[in-house]
Design a binder for this molecule. Sequence first.
Ligand code: PEP
Ligand code: MN
Length: 347
Amino acid sequence: MVIVMQAGAADSEIETVIAAVEKAGFRPWVNPGVERKVIALLGAVDAEKAELVDHFSALPGVERVTLISEPYKLASRRTHPDSSQIQVGPASIGGKELAIIAGPCSVESKDQIFKAARAVKDAGANLLRGGAFKPRTSPYSFQGLGVSGLELLAEAGRMTGLPTVTEVLHPADLEAIAEHVDIIQIGARNMQNFRLLQEVGRVGKPVILKRNPGCRVQELLMASEYIMLEGNADVVLCERGITSFENATRYTLDLNAIPVIKRLSHLPVIADPSHAAGDWRYVAAIALGAVAAGADGVMVEVHPDPALALSDGPQSLRPDKFRRLMDSMTQVAIAVGRQVATPHEQL
Ligand code: PEP
Ligand code: MN
């Protein structure tokens, strides 16, 4: 159940409603939306009764009370009818302008991350990615530079003015990640690592939550609920390909998921064509498809010299190819009523 307050409801009216919700035995969750406050009743799933609707509807400042039948509440568009927009420094995810997150799979050296950062910034990317703690299938593969990788990523972010994104694998690393990086990524493998989701939800930094290739859209939305329940509404969902019978590509980008999630949830949705394809030759086409389907942004792996990459080289774009993709994305964005930032000169 959600209680939608009238636009401009007084603080005292909101407080009265919160007190009434608590008195009725539910945990209130107040949406941080500015224009119209929404108060969600958590724990109300089995107890949504008509008399409660009447009771809350009659309180001053209440516009309407809506029952939410879906198991996800805070992520539901019913709780927050307007699409959420998440501000990260100069970048924004979920607005008219697409969020372009680019950079190498892993931070490998100062030279590599600086070259990558400069290249993606020059091409017009809004955010810089780079893994420092890598989830590798083999324990013998490069595992990331750890904290020194975070430091290099932060330095490259400062140099270019781009906010940074990195993945967390374990709660023990969260403090260092939060100290150096602007957005915390939960990788596909950890989408249902619920304790990790809760820990990340308490950090107070925006989160990119990647869909596990074996999980349904509803499971992705439920996972986002774990983060939001801890008080962090700044969650971005990422479609990065699901498992299918097809093995011509690494995974199959579920293009359908983009409009489906946009309908069900107010959270921004981005797509990661690099991990979906596993092959740089398909990355641009898949990225353009995702933009056309309504994605709020894309995450693309870009490496100054993919042949030398310590992880995911075969799917990484060279800077010149990324620049060409940016040009194409600009065209497709215009066709669907969106825009891509124009590249800025280096300061
Ligand atoms: C990554 O972003 O480098 C990554 C490991 O992605 P995923 O979790 O989607 O496999
Ligand atoms: Mn990768």
